[in-house]
Design a protein around this ligand. Structure first.
Ligand SMILES: NC(=O)c1ccc[n+]([C@@H]2O[C@H](COP(=O)([O-])OP(=O)(O)OC[C@H]3O[C@@H](n4cnc5c(N)ncnc54)[C@H](OP(=O)(O)O)[C@@H]3O)[C@@H](O)[C@H]2O)c1
Length: 287
């Protein structure tokens, strides 16, 4: 069991893009950062690069957010190593033009971007509660505005499209933020949770990891996009700034509370999605 005097932050999808940039920035600010990565080789490469700079305290752990067993195993290992968590940054994300499924049989974006992070977050609330001021930061996206939650077909088995699937998952990130914040407040918890939109950022988002398809397009567009270091500013602000210590359930863009779509403020849908997510997880993991 590691008992760190530094604040402990867990970053999902920490081997690439904004997750990697966030890891480096927070390590330089004196946090002990735990990188959650799904792929051993990519995780080790990124971790090795990050710890080249002196003074950074960074741990590496593995988890596939598309696999509930992997998430439960990760949580067990994390709790064996750490007795507290100060900040959780739900950064990992995926976008695919063709319909794919997680190993639990969920549509990939709904399964990884929303359900995987839902299970991880709920499972780590007890450790966040042990922090003096636990914070959760959720990467949503402006793409939530084109999304709706398809309660009757959340796996998008009919009329699959990338806008529908990614939009649904990023709206789910936002509604989860709103509903969990409401529940935490109602239960008297001091943990805060806020969502953010990073803007358009040149990362590996949309690049097929096995074929490399999409890499050239990212390269061509990168001069017009923000760098990952610029893109993660709002998440870093939400993770660290005293200005937002008591703000919860909000959506931020450029370090300011921003307007969401009407669906992004629908608390009935937020509650329904929360209950649906609990049921989806219960069906696959048991009571
Ligand atoms: N880039 C943008 O313009 C933009 C705009 C709005 C919102 N966002 C959001 O920003 C967040 C960060 O994305 P990014 O742009 O930095 O993309 P990225 O470079 O593609 O990084 C995504 C990270 O998520 C990880 N990941 C994917 N599936 C996973 C799984 N099943 N289990 C665990 N980790 C998994 C990836 O791991 P591998 O490398 O192993 O695949 C990678 O580390 C995402 O939530 C995205 O939706 C991005």
């Amino acid at each position: 069991m590691m008992s760190s005097t530094k604040n402990i932050v867990l970053v999902t999808g920490a081997n690439s893009g904004m997750g990697k940039a966030t890891t480096a920035i927070l390590a330089d600010k004196g946090y002990h950062v735990v990188m959650l990565c799904r792929d051993e080789a990519r995780g080790k490469a990124a971790h090795g690069e990050i710890i080249k700079k002196d003074g950074r305290s960074v741990d590496l752990m593995y988890c596939d957010l598309g696999n509930m067993r992997s998430i439960c195993n990760f949580v067990l290992s994390f709790k064996e190593r750490y007795d507290r968590l100060d900040v959780l940054i739900n950064n990992a994300g995926v976008i695919t033009t063709d319909r794919r499924e997680t190993s639990d049989g969920l549509e990939l974006q709904f399964g990884v971007n929303h359900i995987g992070h839902f299970l991880l977050t709920i499972s780590l609330l007890d450790l966040l509660e042990r922090s003096d001021a636990g914070r959760i930061v959720v990467y949503s996206s402006g793409a939530h505005k084109s999304g709706r939650i398809h309660f009757d077909d959340y796996n998008l088995t009919h009329r699959y499209g990338v806008v529908r699937s990614y939009g649904q998952s990023k709206l789910a990130n936002l509604l989860f933020t709103r509903e969990l914040s409401r529940r935490l407040r109602e239960g008297g918890s001091k943990i805060t949770i806020n969502a953010c939109h990073p803007g358009a950022v040149a990362t590996q988002m949309g690049v097929d990891r096995s074929t490399g398809f999409g890499k050239t397009l990212v390269k061509m567009l990168s001069p017009f996009f923000q760098t990952p270091e610029q893109g993660c500013r709002t998440a870093v602000y939400l993770a660290t700034s005293p200005e937002v210590a008591s703000i919860s359930g909000e959506y931020f863009y450029k370090c300011k509370v921003a307007r969401t779509s009407k669906r992004g403020r629908d608390m009935d849908a937020a509650r329904r999605l929360y209950e649906l997510s609990e049921n989806i997880i219960r069906e696959r993991t048991g009571p």
